[in-house]
Design a protein around this ligand. Structure first.
Ligand code: PAF
Length: 279
């Protein structure tokens, strides 16, 4: 049975009891408004761990735009029902003052990998993510943490954080779940108009074509320029970036011997969509 727990004081004894019997504990951190992408993380957690906790917390510290925070969809009841349907053991839904009590002054800041791309476009975002993720790992005492590759840079930030701080948790990066037209699933997709939704898959198809061209020997710059043109021509208002980067450090890379990743952010219908693929 799925339990909803809202305080660390209630969560801790339960997790300690699980661990006392040798159970491996997985955590899937989310901000709610769940879709198939989140559920796939929970299912993977269930396949690998005896117990799975999904956290739902819309973290104010990672929103650099107050309007985005206000508009962020909140669908707690439906989320809990979905998580129960995949057999999650606990849904942990703390209030903001449970996570950031009066007087909270600590920030976890990961250098390097958190600075370019999303870090440059959304100042303070990754400090907010790193701080809350560190707290959620401490609160849940989980052994394994499940994150989607859709937020590739976030995944690299979390991997770095865990390595640098010797946190006793293993991070599992899971494949992006896509709609039939290739659009990466995201809680923000519901804000697209029907017209926007009809063309949103072009972001993925343009990235895929560019990656194929680069692998076939075309110049990186040219392939990226063509991808940006396709995205604009489809009706996106703005392409914030399409970049080819070292998959781990997120620094510019033309070293074909190391894994590289093409990452993009673009605006459609006033909604900021991000995506990335291996090259
Ligand atoms: O990816 C998200 O939903 C959030 O950034 C996370 C990891 C739950 C932290 O608030």
């Amino acid at each position: 049975m799925t339990q909803v727990i809202r305080t660390v004081a209630e969560l801790r004894p339960l997790v300690r009891a699980w661990k006392a019997t040798g159970d491996l504990v997985g955590v899937v951190p989310t901000m709610g408004a769940l879709h198939e992408g989140h559920l796939s993380l929970a299912r993977r957690g269930k396949a690998e761990c005896a117990r799975v906790i999904t956290t739902i917390f819309v973290n104010p510290k990672q929103f650099n735009n107050p309007d985005d925070l206000k508009k962020y969809p909140r669908t707690e009841e439906a989320d809990v029902a979905l998580l129960a349907s995949v057999g999650v053991d606990v849904v942990f839904i703390p209030q903001p003052d449970e996570v950031y009590p009066e007087g909270f002054i600590t920030t976890v800041s990961v250098g390097g990998v958190s600075e370019p791309l999303e870090g440059r476009m959304r100042p303070g975002h990754f400090d907010g993510v790193a701080t809350v993720v560190t707290k959620l790992f401490g609160m849940t005492m989980a052994d394994q943490g499940y994150f989607g590759q859709k937020d590739w840079q976030q995944l690299q930030v979390v991997l770095r954080l865990v390595r640098d701080l010797n946190l006793p948790i293993t991070i599992v990066g899971c494949e992006t779940i896509r709609e039939a037209d290739g659009l990466a699933m995201s809680s923000r997709n519901v804000r697209l108009t029907p017209q926007g939704r009809a063309v949103a898959g072009v972001l993925y198809s343009a990235l895929t074509a560019a990656a194929q061209d680069i692998r076939a020997g075309h110049a990186d710059r040219m392939a990226i320029r063509e991808a940006a043109e396709k995205v604009r021509a489809a009706g996106f208002e703005r392409v914030e970036y399409i970049e080819l980067r070292d998959a781990e450090t997120l620094m510019p890379s033309d070293d074909v011997r190391r894994p590289r990743r093409m990452l993009a952010a673009a605006w459609l219908d006033g909604v900021r969509l991000i995506d990335n693929i291996p090259v």
